[in-house]
Ligand binder design. Structure first.
Ligand code: V47
Ligand code: SF4
Length: 372
């Protein structure tokens, strides 16, 4: 008689279809052994269950107010020393100009992150947000990672909650997912020693969620980490999401080695990118959205990702520097027409959203959102 024992992937598929949560062991199997296309098919089922055929995108611009940074993360090609000829810092006029450029392009969001400047006081960072908000109050400001909020709390000698309050008062609308890297302390010691650790990253998001801010979560893969570190990372994100429900989107980020201290490492392949997308979709059962950041993935892989778990294509991003300094060869921005083509070729329906995933109705650069 032939054996009818199910393969581990069949058993995982059964759990997924029954809405049961996947374990650490399931995650490791998906990472290391599962056939990529079977895994992708399963992630696609979850993606369609949660978001139907819709592929969300948003119209946003990036603003990195300074690249001067006290830290020296080994994966970072963006940072500069104070006296570096690459060093720059935005003036108030430049901030206003960038916000107005965003408005003219019809942006619904400005994504603001940057270096931690040796000489700038806390007030300067608040002023960045206030200036952008006062210039274009209709544009949502998604700004600062926990690494930055923790730094602000250190230089202002005030609790994280106070920092967040000041920022919200100035116009902060939500927080992006950066600074997460890999939570494992040993990997963190090797790639970004000294900057805020995993516990701080979670404490800041917990505080932000408690105060009514939504935020995103990322994972940086393809450097010194191992599959067990990646699964541990996802489990920790899932745990905080159970507690607060404040995360909107998960974004896996592939390490780009060019111009970094880890330039000897190869860039993760497209197949690894797709596996990371699918594993994230399956492990994070309590996240509504998984984002394919095309700037980092490249247009072709981002398109495929829409069939491997991703439901969101970020964005019409303009002025991206972090990945381009690290050798990304993608264009610095994409038009809405180009995004629509990418999405429709993947057999999905493009729907513009704002930062909080409300549908955007648009006529040129004028737009409104569905009420909550
Ligand atoms: O925290 C830095 C990563 C992150 C490199 O929330 C690098 O909507 C690869 O978090 N190679 C910042 N990655 C970007 C980020 C993000 C991007 C898009 C959308 C959202 C969102 C958030 O970029 C950093 C770090 O993990 N990073 N240098 C590099 N060389
Ligand atoms: Fe500074 Fe951020 Fe680069 Fe680290 S990743 S060196 S904190 S700019």
């Amino acid at each position: 008689m032939s054996s009818t024992l199910a393969s581990p992937l069949d058993a995982i598929a059964e759990k997924v279809r029954a809405g049961e949560r996947l374990s650490r062991e399931d995650g490791l199997y998906l990472e290391q052994k599962a056939d990529l296309h079977e895994l992708g098919r399963l992630a696609n089922e979850v993606r369609e269950r949660k978001n139907g055929n819709v592929a969300w995108y948003n119209t946003n611009i990036h603003l990195n107010p300074t690249n001067v940074c006290v830290y020296r993360c080994r994966f970072c090609a963006f940072r500069a020393d104070l006296k570096d000829e690459r060093a720059y810092t935005f003036t108030e006029d430049m901030l206003r100009e960038r916000a107005l450029e965003g408005r003219a392009a019809g942006a619904t969001e400005i994504h603001v992150v940057g270096g931690l400047h040796h000489r700038k006081k806390f007030d300067w960072y608040v002023h960045v947000i206030r200036t952008l908000h006062e210039t274009c109050p209709e544009i949502h400001i998604k700004a600062w990672t926990p690494v930055e909020i923790h730094w602000f709390s250190f230089i202002a000698k005030k609790p994280v909650e106070w920092v967040l309050e000041q920022m919200m008062d100035a116009g902060l609308g939500s927080m992006p997912g950066g600074g997460a890297e890999i939570f494992d302390p040993e990997v963190r010691r090797q790639i970004c020693e000294h900057k805020a650790d995993a516990d701080i990253w979670f404490d800041v998001h917990r505080a932000a969620h408690r105060m009514g801010l939504r935020s995103n979560a990322t994972m940086l893969y393809g450097h010194l980490e191992k599959p067990a570190h990646r699964i541990d990372h996802l489990l920790r994100l899932r745990e905080l999401q159970d507690e607060t429900g404040g995360f909107q989107t998960y974004i896996p980020l592939a390490f780009h080695p060019a111009n970094t201290e880890l330039a000897h490492l190869p860039r993760a392949s497209g197949l690894v990118d797709l596996r990371m997308m699918a594993v994230g979709r399956l492990m994070l059962d309590n996240f509504d959205h998984v984002k394919a950041y095309w700037i980092m993935l490249g247009e072709q892989t981002a398109q495929l990702a829409l069939r491997y778990g991703a439901d969101d294509l970020d964005g019409t991003v303009v002025h991206e520097l972090i990945y381009h300094d690290a050798g990304a060869e993608t264009p610095e921005g994409m038009t809405v027409a180009q995004l629509h083509r990418l999405i429709e070729e993947a057999g999905r329906e493009p729907v513009e959203r704002d930062t909080l995933y409300r549908r955007v109705h648009r006529s040129g650069s004028t737009w409104s959102v569905d009420p909550d």
